[in-house]
Write a protein of this length. Structure first.
Length: 159
């Protein structure tokens, strides 16, 4: 499969939001606090994606959005792959693109937050060379402000 990458544009928003909502639901709905799960609506993700469009890169396959990541300074803030592309090397390619962005921005140590209990994601991050550092509180963005929850913090030294 050939993956290409580009900065997100407004025309990608519907696919980004769909992938984000499905991915978040698949990975987090069973492990996140119920109050947070209620706030992770399609509308809330649409607002966030629209507000942060300049931080999002999409991975394209045959003209369709297959995955996306969002980078905020030294943080890999969001990382989601469409269900149809999971297990096909898409996440590995998406991570390589994110790490290239960090490198190009001269980031020496990148970090990401992984939901406690999201073993599939944690295993992928470890395989990709990221290292668990600690449990830490994170202020998750919600429409009413923020929601504090503990997460696993992973870091990677970027070459």
């Amino acid at each position: 499969m050939v993956y290409t990458f580009e900065n997100a544009r407004e025309e990608h928003l519907n696919d980004i939001v769909r992938i984000w909502h499905e991915g978040w639901t698949d990975a987090h709905a069973a492990i996140a606090p119920a109050e947070l799960t209620k706030m992770r609506t399609i509308e809330s993700l649409e607002t966030r994606a629209n507000d942060r469009l300049n931080l999002i890169r999409v991975m394209m396959v045959d003209g369709q959005v297959a995955a996306f990541h969002m980078i905020k300074d030294d943080e890999l803030d969001q990382f989601f792959v469409d269900r149809a592309y999971r297990g096909k090397g898409a996440a590995k390619a998406l991570m390589a693109d994110a790490e290239a962005i960090f490198s190009g921005n001269n980031i020496k140590t990148a970090w990401l937050a992984c939901a406690i209990g999201n073993e599939r994601a944690a295993a992928f991050y470890r395989k990709a060379g990221w290292h668990f550092v600690r449990v830490m509180p994170l202020s998750a963005h919600v429409e009413s402000g923020s929601f504090i929850l503990d997460i696993w913090r992973f870091e990677k030294q970027i070459a």
